[in-house]
Every structure is written in structure tokens, then in C-alpha cells.
Write a protein that binds this ligand. Structure first.
Ligand SMILES: [Zn+2]
Length: 383
């Protein structure tokens, strides 16, 4: 056993293969469950008031509350308990410590953050720090797929004033990120034998026309006025499926799209834009038929004001612990906006490590994260 409880927790958590089940309904394929159980046990051991909520098929969010003396804001440290897959990864769940780093799947994204949260509570208790508001430590499920854990927590969980999310930022402060909308467009054609294509409507041919228009749309997005921190909205077609075989006129062709949205945009606006493009094609091609699915992921942009008390507290903490602070946009989308409160992403580790086949975390950086969180909590609860 490693004598530092922070390292001990992290090693234990990396050893739990909590790969996201990516949408399967099979309750036996729920490896996050062991992480929920472990995290819950640690929260109980630390003496917090612990609650949990089954979000889907035995998949539980768990959180613990350290009661404040009253009057201060409720601050949450939240993170996801799932990881991405491990195809091609040698010994992903056998943590290895080398040169001040800990290696293994989930080390950086984001079990380092979860172990840092537990250490924050441990140190607050050991040092007898009195907090005016409550501190909540939360582990949520499913960030790597549809974020159903944080969506449920934001809707049905306890009310929170400020949240810190320890996704890897190298401890930079990220108060904003783009939102993300995923959806499908299906082109509907008419099947026929390929020897008589005139009897059918070729859905793949129609899709090729749409794809050209979508490419023009994508270029137009890159020319829109950029947000200072966030940059431009963007668009990607990432999957195409259509047809059965070379000898049939395909009656269907479907694409999956990822649209990154910035402040002032939302999924309704995006749907309007897509309909406009498709309706314009229909003006020229009368039998062009399409159907747009409802979004299967719809994450709002994170838009915490730079003058938020949370940002002030984190800047001061970072200056104190690291000697400086960096403010930037987080490149991906996260659970943060789902918590429906002012939230900042700030965590140990680098995004380059996330999802890689050589994931690791620097131990010193986790310890700095713990110090920054404690200092920011004290800063906020003294205001
Ligand atoms: Zn993550």
C-alpha cells in the first residue's frame, strides 16, 4: 500500500476498469459500477453525508456533502468516473509509478481529479479548516458517451453555486468551451434493380449533393465572427452509411454530424440552418427527401463570466500555488454546463494524454491541484 492516501486512491481507481459501456442496456456490462462503489466508500470513510442516484441500469452518480457552518456558497468538485476503451493498450489497469508519474487508463482523464477531490476533503478535515458553505464532491457516470450522469445531476441533484471540474487542463483555467450537437441526416430514396436505375431514386447520389452544400456551410462557419476565447463554430460529417450492394439502387443514406456551437447558438438554430440547406436543394430536385433526427447529444456551451467570483478565487489560488495563471477555452465539451451553475474546468494532466495508449499523470501536478482547490474554496467562502 502506498503511504500517501492520494496516490493510494488513484492507484485503486486506475485498477478498476470503468470503461463506458457506450449505450448497451446490458446491466452486466456496467463496469462504472465498481467505480461508483469505490468512490462512495471513500466518501463515507471521509465522513461526508453521502447520497447516490441510479441514472440508468444500475449506473449510479454518487456524491458526498461536507456541511459548512452556514451562509457561504455551495461549491462542488465534480468529475466523471468512466473512461474510454483500451483497444491496443498494454496492461491499462495495472498502474505503474515511474519518474514521478502514474501510468494507466483513466490516470489523467480523470481519476487523478477524483483522487484530488478526496484529498481536498482529507486535508480540510486534517487542518480543521472551517467552511461557511457546503462542499460537495461528486462522481458522475457516462461523460465519455452521452453525459447522462451530469445531465441527471444538473436536473435532479442538489443545488450548487459553483463547480470546479478537474478535466485535464495542465491546471489552466477554462471558464468556457463550445457546445456540441450530434445528430443524423437521412436521405430517403427508392430501391430498384441497378439494371433499371431510372425506376429508383438513388439516395447516395442525393447525399453527395447534400455533402457538397454542407462543405460550403462548414467553410462559412469558419468565416463567422469568432468569439475571443472560443473561436469559431465548426462542423464535421463523421460517419456515412448507405446502400446494400452494388446491384441495388440505395433507398437510404445516412450521415452523423458533429456541430460545435458557440455562445448565442443552440441546437434549434443549427436545425434551422440544416433545414434551410435541404429545402434549397429541394427547390432544384423535387424528389430529394430528407429527415433530420433529434440531437442524440446536445451539450450547451460553457460560458462562465470572467468576472465570476469562482474565476477570481481560482486565479488567486493559482497565482499563490503556481506563481501565475492561464485563462483559455477548453477545446472539447464536458459535463460542466450540465451542472447549471457557474463552472470552471481546471485539472491536472494534459489533454494529449487523454484517450491515448500511454496515459499518465504527473504526481506533483495532482498535489498542486489539491492545493489550488483548497485555496479557491477558502477564497470563495471568505467572500
Ligand atoms: Zn474526461
Amino acid at each position: 500500500m502506498n503511504s500517501d492516501p492520494l496516490i493510494f486512491d488513484l492507484i485503486n481507481m486506475i485498477s478498476i476498469p470503468s470503461i463506458n459501456n457506450f449505450g448497451t442496456n446490458d446491466i452486466n456490462l456496467n463496469p462504472e459500477n465498481e467505480m461508483s462503489n469505490y468512490f462512495e466508500r471513500q466518501l463515507i470513510k471521509l465522513g461526508l453525508e453521502v447520497e447516490s442516484c441510479e441514472v440508468a441500469n444500475g449506473r449510479r452518480n454518487v456524491w458526498g456533502r461536507l456541511k459548512g457552518t452556514g451562509g457561504g456558497p455551495t461549491i462542488m468538485l465534480a468529475g466523471h468516473m468512466d473512461t474510454v476503451g483500451v483497444d491496443g493498450y498494454d496492461n491499462p489497469f495495472v498502474p505503474k509509478i515511474e519518474n514521478g508519474k502514474i501510468f494507466g487508463r483513466g490516470s489523467c482523464d480523470m481519476k487523478a481529479g477524483l483522487s484530488a477531490y478526496l484529498d481536498v476533503v482529507r486535508k480540510i478535515k486534517e487542518e480543521d479548516i472551517s467552511l461557511s458553505g457546503d462542499l460537495i464532491i461528486a462522481g458522475v457516470i457516462d461523460e465519455e458517451h452521452r453525459m447522462i450522469g451530469s445531465i441527471d445531476f444538473g436536473t435532479n441533484g442538489p443545488s450548487i453555486d459553483y463547480a470546479i471540474i478537474a478535466e485535464p487542463t495542465n491546471l489552466d483555467l477554462c471558464p468556457v468551451h463550445k457546445g456540441q450537437v450530434l445528430l443524423s441526416i437521412e436521405i430517403l430514396g427508392k430501391a430498384a434493380h441497378s439494371s433499371m436505375p431510372e425506376n429508383g431514386i438513388n439516395a447516395i447520389n442525393h447525399m453527395s449533393i447534400l455533402l457538397q452544400k454542407l462543405q460550403e456551410y462548414s467553410i462559412s462557419l469558419s468565416k463567422r465572427n469568432a468569439d475571443k476565447l472560443l473561436g469559431n463554430p465548426s462542423f464535421n460529417v463523421g460517419l456515412i452509411v448507405g446502400g446494400d450492394n452494388a446491384c441495388s439502387v440505395p433507398d437510404s443514406c445516412k450521415i452523423d454530424i458533429d456541430r460545435r456551437i458557440v455562445s448565442g447558438e443552440n441546437h434549434e438554430k443549427f436545425l434551422d440552418e440544416l433545414n434551410e440547406i435541404c429545402l434549397a436543394i429541394q427547390q432544384d430536385i423535387k424528389n430529394f427527401k430528407y429527415s433530420i433526427s433529434p440531437p442524440f447529444l446536445n451539450i450547451k456551451p460553457l460560458n462562465t463570466p470572467l468576472n465570476s467570483p469562482l474565476m477570481h478565487a481560482l486565479q488567486k489560488a493559482s497565482d499563490e500555488i503556481l506563481g501565475s495563471h492561464v485563462i483559455k477555452a477548453f477545446p472539447g465539451s464536458t459535463d460542466a454546463p450540465n451542472f447549471n451553475c457557474e463552472a470552471v474546468i481546471c485539472g491536472p494532466g494534459s489533454l494529449e494524454q487523454c484517450h491515448s495508449l500511454n496515459e499518465y499523470i504527473d504526481i506533483e501536478e495532482i498535489k498542486n491541484a489539491v492545493s489550488i482547490y483548497i485555496s479557491a474554496i477558502i477564497n470563495l467562502q471568505c467572500n
